[in-house]
Design a protein around this ligand. Sequence first.
Ligand SMILES: NC(=O)c1ccc[n+]([C@@H]2O[C@H](COP(=O)([O-])OP(=O)(O)OC[C@H]3O[C@@H](n4cnc5c(N)ncnc54)[C@H](O)[C@@H]3O)[C@@H](O)[C@H]2O)c1
Length: 311
Amino acid sequence: MWNALVTGGAGFLGSHLSRLLLDQGHSVVVLDDLSTGSFTNLPDHPRLTKVKGDVARGWEGKVDRIYHLACPASPPKYQIDPVKTLDTNYQGTRNMLELALRSGARLLLTSTSEIYGDPQVSPQAETYWGNVNTFGPRSCYDEGKRVAESLCYAYSRYRQADVRVARIFNTYGPFMAPDDGRVVTNFISQALEGKPITIYGSGNQTRSLCYVDDLIRGLNLLMESTSPPVDAPVNLGNPNEMTIRQIAELVLELTGSNSPLIECPLPQDDPKQRCPDISRAYEWLGWRPMVSARDGIKRTCDYFEGALRLS
Ligand SMILES: NC(=O)c1ccc[n+]([C@@H]2O[C@H](COP(=O)([O-])OP(=O)(O)OC[C@H]3O[C@@H](n4cnc5c(N)ncnc54)[C@H](O)[C@@H]3O)[C@@H](O)[C@H]2O)c1
């Protein structure tokens, strides 16, 4: 059994991951500054320790596994303080890599499909180097994650750190913050509250949505896999591409809402197309997503309906 550190463990993905690790019998420390997450997303459990702290300031302890998730993922949230977002990604990742070396721990970084920017090829394989704006409003996140990846491989090549890098594509599910500004949460909250559904641009831009249980299973497999050697980034996401308009229509159908669809201007640097090539994840980990968009969005709508009733 492992002593696992989950940075950002009070957030959406981190809380699901922490529950999976507890279910597997491991001990878990969650280190989170609570900037976009909440300890209420986590259970009380004898093998779970919750620590409030900033990864950019470091942490001391003895662990075997470091799942390094700490970083706001939603554009409105990471743009509130872009310098902090860069610090979290650079200094925070450096601190966690140093901790990994001191502890002899393996570290998994949750990178992102945003490192591909507004891609000129589709689907995006790990061999594509991306089309990223270095100074636009999203650059603090996109470039922050790119330098976090570079740090992982610099520590791996020159200091023998044991690292894994997952490039996560759009993931959704229960425990997302209803106000986080990401497409699925926006649409579900608007539909359940009977407000107009805001479609940015024509709605013909595509996203491919992965349900959280599939994604977390992939992170866990990537962390524990040793054969073949997992020495390069791995895309994790669902290649089933849908237009933004199709996602909105599915949410309306599953919530039974009559909210109208309204078009709003497209935000700067919004990617027009996102679709993962997951051949590497299948070849190296035997991983592929199992939950359909209809099932996943239904489960998420049910969760938000319950959460709204309680609020
Ligand atoms: N959800 C997705 O679709 C998606 C896609 C690509 C990548 N990711 C990556 O996965 C990770 C988790 O994303 P999420 O969707 O759960 O986001 P989230 O915002 O729900 O969770 C992030 C967590 O990190 C914490 N945090 C932020 N800065 C911190 C700091 N400096 N020190 C300590 N804690 C800090 C927040 O309080 C929060 O609990 C992020 O690294 C994100 O970039 C997520």
